[in-house]
Every structure is written in structure tokens, then in C-alpha cells.
Design a protein around this ligand. Sequence first.
Ligand code: FES
Ligand SMILES: [Fe+2]
Length: 344
Amino acid sequence: MTSTNNVQSLETTLPYDNYVSKEIYNKEMKAIFSKNWILVGHTSQLANIGDFFTLELAGEPIIITHAKDGNIHALYNICPHRGTRIETSEKGKKKILQCSYHGWTFHLDGKVHRTPNFDTKDLGEFSCMRSIQLAIRNSMIFVNLDPDAKAFDEEYATFLQDIGQYDFLDSLILCRENQRVVEANWKAVVDNYLECDHCPIAHPGFSRTFDLSNYSIVPSDNYSYQCSTVRNKEESDGARFYWVWPNMMVSIYPGNGNMTTTQLYPLDEERTLAVYRYYFANTELTEEQEELIKFVDQVREEDFGLVELLQKGFHSKAFGRGIYSPTEQGLQYFHQLIGKAMNE
Ligand code: FES
Ligand SMILES: [Fe+2]
């Protein structure tokens, strides 16, 4: 092993303990996932009154519904009678939600409908499912478990302005969805997304398609983006890969209006559920769109393989931190935001 004189000037990453510690994970669920705006879905998943989907965020069961009032609601999927989880399916369409314990029923806006053995009028705070802060922007649905959180538009003003350049976003519908449990800490998956130093080695297909000599990573305000152009094509054929604090990734590829998102739901300190979704303006996908999905899936699988190897290394006694290269400013910014959130 050789040593250099300028080792002192190298900037080091977050300690690797942070990627294997149960205690830090639990703190992140409180300090990050219970206090920030998290992407949970898209309005095209709730096109009709009665549509709903459920998920778990920071250990909380959540249901997102399209109620009779025409609005989309975010609710804790918990019965106010005694706390049973109400809806057990991942998605569906219902007129009424029913708790399987004592049979209380609820409208899709969370208000109680029938309560056997109780006078529904006298239930006070027990008369509805608890609601959660919700924001819908560019047809993407975000929730925030913190009732006192800063408004979405305030937190992400610059991101909204930036992504606003794509005027087709509201016309897109969810066309394909894949899920995969990645055997790695959620931060390792984000870290991997935020740099492209690994692209020439790990992503041969991606590197053939995009001009890596024309690749920028720009940290901004609670988000960052990476952009590049397709080799041998005009300037306008660019792609933009957004990362939005803390765990959302949105990519826009060249060609007809499209969007792919990745939502990362930490399952524990060493496992993350990655939900990736593909949006286009048409439901019958063209060959070109199928090709794009294949291309994105391939890059993702390459990445997931790498982060799973990385997670194994986090346990090693060999060393406790990594170092940043000069083109990993996106990664550095993510780690700064983690530090800030965890110290507040
Ligand atoms: S816990 Fe839901 S009806 Fe009793
Ligand atoms: Fe990658």
C-alpha cells in the first residue's frame, strides 16, 4: 500500500457505522422519514372515486384514497376504535373501508360511517381515521408525517421550478411498476445514484448511450440533478436525473414525454424496498418505450448488485469511512443534509 502526503486534504464520507446501525436507522425514521415530504404515488393510480392504495412509511401504515368528495386523501390506515390496521390489500377500489376487528366502517375521506354498539354522533376524536399532510405536484403524491412540517412548495421551490420545464408531466400515467428488496441500507442506494464515477465500469450500456464527457452533477436546494446528452445526437436530446431529499429519484429521458421514479422505503438498517415506476402518456407502450424500460432496468440491476456488495463491506473492520472524488458533489450534499437532519 502506498501513502501520499495529501491524505489530510481528502474529504471523507459519512461513517460506515451509519449504514449498519439499528440505532441510527431508528433515529433516521424519526428525524428524516417522519419529518420530510416523501413520494408515495401518482394520481393516475387513483383515477376513479373509490380507488386506494396502501403503504408503510417509517413503520406507519398509510392509505391514500380517492374519496367521494373528489379529493385525494392521505390517512393513517389505523382504526380509531382500538388501533387495528384497517385495509390489508395493497390497492383496490371500495365504496367503504371496513375494520375487520369490530366492524367499524369508514368513508374514503376517513370519516366514520357505522360503529356497531356506539352512537356515531358521540365519538368525538374517535370518529375518523387520522389524516396526514398531503401535497400533489405534477401529479406526484407526497405525504409528510409531521403535521408541523414546512409546506412542500417552500421546501422544494427550486426543484418545482426546475422540473416545471417539462410541461408534459401532468399528462403522464403509470404504465409499469417493479419492486425489489435491495439488501442494502437506503443511504447506500442513494449514494450510488448520486455519482457517476462508477458508470464507465458498471454501466457499459449507459456509457455507450450517454456522453460521459458531457455529464454534470449539480447540487441545488434540497435536491440535485445530473444531466447528460445522448452520444451523437442534438443538444436537445438530454436526460435529467433528479434526486430529491431524502429518498426520491426522478428521471426524464430523451424522446417523447416520459418519467421514471424510484421510491426507496427503508425496511431496516440493511434492507430497502425499491419501487420503480415508469410513466408515459399512452398505455399501449411502443417498442421504443419498452426499450427504454429495459435500458433503465438494466442500469438499476447493475447498481443494486453493486450496493449489495458495498453493504457487505460496511461490516468490515478494514476501514470506517470512504472518500469523495472531486465529481461527487451530489453525494457530499446528500451527506450534509443527513448530518443536518440527524443533529437537529
Ligand atoms: S378496532 Fe377497528 S372496529 Fe374495533
Ligand atoms: Fe449506477
